[in-house]
Design a protein around this ligand. Structure first.
Ligand SMILES: Nc1ncnc2c1ncn2[C@@H]1O[C@H](COP(=O)(O)OP(=O)(O)OP(=O)(O)O)[C@@H](O)[C@H]1O
Ligand SMILES: O=P(O)(O)O[C@H]1[C@H](OP(=O)(O)O)[C@@H](OP(=O)(O)O)[C@@H](O)[C@@H](O)[C@@H]1OP(=O)(O)O
Ligand SMILES: [Mg+2]
Ligand SMILES: [Mg+2]
Length: 329
């Protein structure tokens, strides 16, 4: 087999491109035979390339149509990931449905999702029947999770007074006390890495009685160091003290989700229920998350591209066989 290069075209919004396509990644990939090439979303995809792989995080019908046309003309190229598979993550109900359907045997640990309901209109919001299964406080999340700033706007609702400000369609999810620490599990193909981040503080029963209405927030886990430094709660919190979840359990969940969703690139947010430390709840799944925040993202992603190349039968110029490609850090 002749040695060749593996060409990965990437189609990303500016913010994602700037965080993900770093010189360190481009250089490492190139040294192993993988060329990362920018796709110009303003021009037809079929006029660009050639690409062995298209890596993308763009939304909309037009982009989907372009990918279909590209695949029809380049049946040997691989799209990471399939738009049909990504779509389920754009709705916060279908997103977590897959977690509820997953079966994993464990003697000591269990997992699931928080109690939640979907509200499509204002009338149902105030309908007590809809509320039968839920307990305050709850988090109101936009039903749609399409990457827009709006889709990250959440509200912590303490009592019925807090409902007035909410704008359906929303998911109302029980707020589960979890010691202020969230675990982010990053998945890249077969690779799984769990990291911890600061989350919302617990809400005690006493505090709940005295709190008014609701509190709006957005992307807590993405707060800048500056924002965290300014806040008394975040200053007083010691992330280092939090115990990690069992790695094998997280890996099993990650692999199960990856298979069930047919996705290679995603992360999911997990909290540990303060009432039962052996119970883990998945609260969010994101397509193509901020990998640059993951330790060693360059070799992990490069290995992923090399593995893809191998599966497609390409013998890479600087990535021949197990020696260079199989190591995962
Ligand atoms: N059910 C819950 N119980 C307790 N805390 C929660 C719950 N749901 C969300 N949170 C907190 O709110 C944050 C934001 O929620 P979520 O992750 O669903 O939003 P998102 O905007 O999709 O986040 P991301 O930036 O990860 O995409 C979480 O990181 C966590 O700190
Ligand atoms: O860059 P993007 O807009 O894709 O932002 C994503 C962000 O990554 P970033 O760190 O690169 O901002 C992710 O952060 P981590 O989970 O890794 O912390 C997560 O918040 C996703 O939900 C965001 O995707 P969206 O839901 O908005 O599509
Ligand atoms: Mg999240
Ligand atoms: Mg999310």
């Amino acid at each position: 087999m002749a040695e060749s290069r593996f060409r990965v075209g990437y189609a990303l919004l500016t913010k994602k491109r700037e965080s993900f396509i770093q010189d360190s990644l481009v250089a490492l990939a190139a040294s192993r035979g993988v060329d990362l090439v920018r796709i110009d979303a303003g021009r037809p995809l079929v006029d660009q390339g050639p690409f062995d792989c298209v890596l993308h995080k763009l939304y909309g019908e037009e982009w989907r149509r372009q990918l279909e046309e590209f695949t029809a003309r380049n049946p040997n190229a691989v799209i990471v990931d399939a738009p049909g598979a990504i779509e389920r993550l754009h709705n916060r109900i279908s997103m977590l449905q897959v977690v509820s359907e997953l079966r994993i045997e464990s003697e000591s640990e269990s997992f699931g999702i928080p109690n939640q309901i979907v509200i499509y209109n204002k009338e149902t919001l105030f309908d007590m029947h809809a509320w039968a299964s839920l307990k305050f406080p709850v988090i109101a999340k936009p039903l749609v999770a399409d990457g827009s700033a709006k889709s990250h706007k959440m509200a912590l609702v303490f009592n019925h007074d807090g409902l007035n400000k909410l704008k359906p369609p929303i998911v109302l999810q029980e707020f589960v006390n979890h010691g202020g620490v969230i675990f982010k599990v990053y998945v890249v193909g077969e690779y799984v890495k769990c990291v911890k981040r600061k989350s919302l503080p617990d809400v005690s029963e006493e505090k709940l009685g005295s709190l008014q209405g609701c509190l709006s927030f957005s992307q807590v886990s993405n707060l800048t160091t500056h924002e965290k430094n300014d806040d008394k709660y975040y200053r007083s919190m010691h992330l280092e003290d939090a115990e990690m979840p069992p790695q094998s359990f997280m890996t099993e969940i990650a692999k199960g989700l990856g298979r069930a969703m047919n996705l290679n690139l995603f992360n999911f947010d997990v909290i540990r229920d303060a009432r039962n430390v052996h119970r883990y709840l998945v609260i969010d799944i994101n397509y193509f998350p901020g990998y640059a925040k993951m330790p060693n993202y360059e070799p992990v992603l490069t290995d992923f591209f090399c593995d893809l190349a191998q599966k497609l039968g390409k013998d890479l110029a600087k990535c021949s066989g197990e020696k260079d490609c199989s190591k995962k850090s």
